[in-house]
Write a protein that binds this ligand. Sequence first.
Ligand code: HEC
Ligand code: HEC
Length: 269
Amino acid sequence: MWRARIHSLIARALITLALLESAWLVYPIVRRHVLAIEDTPAARGRRVAAALGCFGCHGPEGNGGVRNPGSEEGTVPAFTGQTQMMFVKDAGELREYVLDGAPRRKREDPDYRARMEAAAHRMPAFRSYVDGGDLEDLVAYLRAASGQVVPDEPRAARGAELAADLGCFGCHGPLGAGGLPNPGSLKGYVPGFWGKDFDDLVRGDDELREWIAEGGSRRLREHPVGSFFIQRQAIKMAAYGRFLAEDDVGALAAYVRWVHAGSWQPLSR
Ligand code: HEC
Ligand code: HEC
């Protein structure tokens, strides 16, 4: 008798466990369907770059610094900090770098080839490893990361400098493309400055300033579901207000607005 009872208890425990486990397994799939998960070309391109090993030579997040003995620069060039303009004329040449290791005009130049051969590291040709979609995502990423897509308007331009200096893109992705992982958050990633996530989180200029100065908006802090996820998420938005002049908060807000408006997008293709 007691043996049968134990068996049925164990069976029930196992079934419960299996149910819990499969619920846990389908959670990300359900989440993807229920919540609108945003994915920008530049955020995808950043993941493609990581998967292809670009950061091994071009440094973490493409910030450069990897020694390249025998080369003129001494290090492998960065993708960031306006370095790209010294190497490429346009997006077409970015594609050539990725596919063939360098633009044709350089590959045909004997001096260039000799300089490349003298260096420890050479830019590989990735033609066999990328398809068309990956290539366009990579180009979108490289342009977003370049530090060359900046506003003309002086206040927003000052905001761009502050954003680079404070490292906003470290969490929000290149040019605020979003999509970096954030365990425990509602959607699983840090929101960007570009799309619908931003519209949901930031309603108007007052809230934008609140986000930057206080690290969150009053509206979400008082929201039962919103505040649960805000507290639970591993990575939190910093409250920069204590460290910045009022004017600088305004400049950052003007810059984030400019990124969100997206007039730069055709230029980055
Ligand atoms: C084995 C090391 C290595 C790897 C891996 C590598 N690169 Fe490069 N890359 C270089 C070197 C060296 C140069 C400098 C070439 C020159 O001087 O023309 C370069 C130059 C570039 C340039 C032009 C300069 C700049 O930084 O803007 C781009 C764009 C570029 N690489 C993209 C990529 C991408 C995208 C990947 C991954 C798909 C990648 N590289 C992987 C070594 C590497
Ligand atoms: C340590 C990582 C981190 C850094 C650095 C960071 N943020 Fe955030 N930020 C977040 C997270 C996480 C959220 C989302 C928080 C939430 O949902 O509660 C967020 C939200 C925001 C939002 C509102 C939502 C949205 O779609 O973007 C704005 C605006 C913002 N940050 C601007 C900035 C600016 C400007 C800087 C640089 C001065 C910056 N952040 C630096 C992590 C960061």
